[in-house]
Design a binder for this molecule. Sequence first.
Ligand code: ADP
Ligand code: MG
Length: 328
Amino acid sequence: MSLTEFDIIDRYFRPLQCERPELRFGIGDDAAVLAPPAGQELVLTLDTLVAGVHFPQDAPAHAVGYKALAVNLSDLAAMGAAPSVVLLSLTVPEFDADWLAEFSAGFGELAAEHGVSLVGGDVTCGPLSVSVQATGLVDAGCAIRRSGASPGDVILVSGTLGDAALGLEAWSAGEPDNHDTAVRRLHYPTPRVALGRLLVGRAHACVDVSDGLLADLGHVLAASGRGAEVHVDRVPVSADFEAHCAPDRRLEYALAWGDDYELCACVPAADAEALVADAEAIGERLTSVGRVTAEPSVAVFDADGRRLRMPRAGYRHFGTDGEYRARE
Ligand code: ADP
Ligand code: MG
């Protein structure tokens, strides 16, 4: 049975469109039409995942669909925006019904969880690649930016870091069952949407950790013209990571690898404790890993207070050979 582009849209993607108050028209016209509510601003982001670069070639289709949406919702979360509608551009080598059904199910699972509506996109044939454009809403003037960090701010990190790196190690070694929670974190990152909403009006600056804590915090500090002290023994890691990560990989995986999709926020010291408690009340963990400093350099300290030299700052797309495993 051969599927046309239109069969694919009708069968696998139209069901992921849901009604939203601000959505006028979605799939079926040449473009979707949105009427943003008065007093709100649109927050727009787009991320592309290329097979073999951003996810392993053999990643399950369900996971690819989920992650393609998750990484975009994570960007909205960092801005403090509520997700609204998304566009999907999918390039697949062939129209494989099973693959498409799984991909759609994974994408749809996360979309449903956040009430996100798929309102349009594109389907083409070629090397596997997925682009998602996500639009969110935030009260006018309230989006959280990277540029607001001030000296004395506490640096808070959500969840745990390093699991995706550990998961990739297990997946690449063909042993996904060894660290199934870490592998799950690699394939199914959790966008911290509710936490991002909680940070609005409270965080001075925020970023999502997609390329490693030091690299992404570095973007915040550069935009803010500030520096930081980071204490590696405070960086939150999971029990799985604690138990199974090789000692010589711990720093790299937790600080400089990426694919974590946690939030890193700079918050006024006076509000930090209350924010941690408020986050806990919505089931989110926030951990202080250090402070923002006036002088624009990043100092990383170990448990004994010794300053560490960090060998690498995170994943860079150019300057590697482009292979997913090139971060070894
Ligand atoms: P056009 O040729 O005008 O770009 P298409 O034929 O590509 O339109 O798409 C027809 C309709 O289906 C459009 O509304 C488009 O946004 C929507 N669409 C295309 N691909 C997808 C997709 N992957 N997911 C959701 N909607 C899609
Ligand atoms: Mg088109």
